[in-house]
Design a protein around this ligand. Sequence first.
Ligand SMILES: [Zn+2]
Length: 345
Amino acid sequence: MTPQGGPVERYARQVVFPGVGEAGQHRLTGSRVTLVGCGALGTVIANVVARAGVGFLRIVDRDYVELSNLQRQVLFDEQDAADGAPKATAAVEKLRRINSDITYEPVVADFGPDNAERLVRDVDLVLDGADNFEVRYVVNDVCVKLGKPWVYAAAIASYGVLMPIIPGQTACLRCALSDPPAAGSVDTCDTAGVLAPSPGIIGNLAAAEGIKLLIGATDQLARGLTWIDCWYNSFNRTPIETPVPDCPTCQQRHFDFLERPASSGGATLCGRDAVQVRPPAPVTLDLAQLAGRLAPVGSVRQGPHLVRLVVPPHELTIFEDGRAIVKGTADVAVARGLYARYIGV
Ligand SMILES: [Zn+2]
């Protein structure tokens, strides 16, 4: 139920701002957005664009809420952590209480080559709340391929970076960073930690770039790569404005990351002692049946979108799409072994 006053009152302060105005608000209300990743950055971005009044917001996230997220992931609370709720659905439940005029689509899944085109084709803009480079290069490929603007954003420790990208006009991610950094060569939340203002600042700036892109205020874009450190007090912009002439993605149109088959191996998650294992082939699990089958093995809890199995010292959170997050190990082989033993798909 929308409170009295309706959209005119809700967006009054934003409409008075000359950069937006009534025409800008009208464009925002008619706009469609996909947000990839809903952790520290993603919750900040989702909060801003939902309050600003986009028309449709799809939130894609593979993970579930934990207590250690609450220090910075602004849409979640203690109850979400106690429930171990999937982030995509928990975020949408919160956002519905903030702005019920928006059509939301929570997607509890990995964003990857197998679903990227489907999740991006019907939107006007993609916003990056991802926590790893593998996903970002898939986002870059699919956005360049389909001609969708997107905002690259990343934050860790006390610093972060962002860059708005319009395929065919600006540099793309691969123009700026020709290849993803090698695994293990960059800081992660595990090794460097994260101070809440860092994703807060970067997420808000990324959302501002997104709003400019949605209303067509492209003359005001913060073109290039913006770097901010909120602890050591630096603010820099590298002017990578035009595409690199031989960029394999936006100039030669080779979509290597999109064409790469989705990995069926495990991947260590950011920020905890856990490994994600993907099913070897696409599958939709019957969660009730799985919960019944696992009951003799250990302590089992079934939610609407997941089954949690606790077999000390491990905890397996199994999603409908066949993924499992195995907590209590950072060893991919151990995680795969537990997956094969208990889920076996
Ligand atoms: Zn490029």
